[in-house]
Design a protein around this ligand. Sequence first.
Ligand code: DHB
Length: 535
Amino acid sequence: MGIGATAGVAAVGGIALTAQASDDTSSNSSDSLAFDPDGYTELTTTITDADGTDHSVTYHFWKAITYVAKPVDATYQSLNVSVPVEIDGTAVDATNAPIVFANSVGGYMPSTVAEATGVGGGEMTGAPTGGTSASASPSASASSSTGTGEVQSGGNAMVNGMGAMVNLGKLGLAAGYVVVEPGARGRTLKNSAGEYYGVAPAAIVDLKAAVRYVRANKGRIPGNTDRIFSTGTSAGGALSSLLGASGDSPIYDKYLKELGAADASDAIFATGAWCPITDLEHADGAYEWNWGTNVTASTSKVVDQTVSKELQSQFAEYQASLKLRGLNGFGPLNARNYDEYLVKQYLEPSATTYLAALSDADRATYLAANTFITWSGGKATFSWADFLTHVGARKKTTPAFDAFDLSAGENNEFGKGTTIARHFTAYSLKNDTTGVTSKRLDSDIPEMLRLMNPMYHLVEKANPNRSKHWWIRLGTKDSDTSLTVAANIAAAANGLGDDVSHLYYWDEGHGSNTDPGDFIKWIAKVAGTGKKRGK
Ligand code: DHB
């Protein structure tokens, strides 16, 4: 049960309660945000680990704790906590265990844990579309696949036809970690006055407030608050990267204060991000650079090549401005060499890992069907052009994120007040087809973009309080965004001296996670569980 003064003001039916007029400041709001160590129920469940082994896990479960003193909508601004006490009959002391901070955001939609009956029950809510209206989601598929066994779907498996998803909360709990599952507001939430109250920057502000809540309760809440590992997929991966990159950035302070967030650090130790859909204001150019000549799935045609080329030249300019260097001594990354970089650094190693794991017969069959791959000396090689042909149809039309007709989900993410969707790039504003007359982007847009973009914190700010450990994964057949988006986060963090593990999953699509067991082991390794000190 939620604690403190906020329990009674949970919004009903999605009606927003805007921050109450109050003289309260964050100092006494923190008092109402005390975690109740005794407020749990004890549950026992069977969790299948990543190797397929079943574990009987007894854990303490705290449900729907409102994590801010002045919630706008407590249905979303609440978190669940799960703490293992016995695994396979052996007592577990999780007092100092790493904390898996698993968001279930998908599609920048609202996500809630309020209805969960145990660990791993976070849900993305709202219509399963990538757009703002039914007609704006050609690629959406309302698949409700929940995966098999205990490794089940998170709510965001429903977005854009993502397949079954691994539940890292459950896997973390079975490994003996503390699991915190935060809900967060999302772009489709509208109050009775017609105002969109979950658009940018609501989701990241909420996740930060949840981290602050956990940290403010250090000593009361089990787990090591200096070893918070954030996880998320797609829009959730974007928010996880942003949470990692933006630790303690002052640009969120006024928003956190408005919510009555706990007065504590929101820096996290490590970031796990799967297929992050981020760097949104540069993603249209990156998308065309990557997938510009591939046909679009919904039309079987190539997109307007004039638009595609214009966007590609924006990518070239942007990529040069980042001044990033590739991993392993690749040197400066730019639009001319990024294809070679992706092939050498990520795609060929990914194919090699995939092929090496096959039986000789299966490998021979795969290679016979995919003659663009040369398999020699236990290594796969191929060209970028052949790789693009192999991936085939791209998922999105152009521009992929700031649609000329304002139909993309991201247009809604940058909505404001009663305006459901806005442009967030000058190019798409100029080419608007909806009758928007202004010549300039709205004056708050630059700030919203900074608030939502991990690259701002990594490149422009080199934020000293960012997470220093990064686990970034992406399927090679994922055309929800450009393959450069994840690689740029990795290159930026690596350039700052951080510990970066970035791999691509061969032939996997959007939302895949094929090495969750490795991630669970990585947590133990980088956390230095219970033995090492410092970051
Ligand atoms: C997601 C997918 C998208 O293609 C997108 O543009 C935004 C979010 C998602 O699956 O979360």
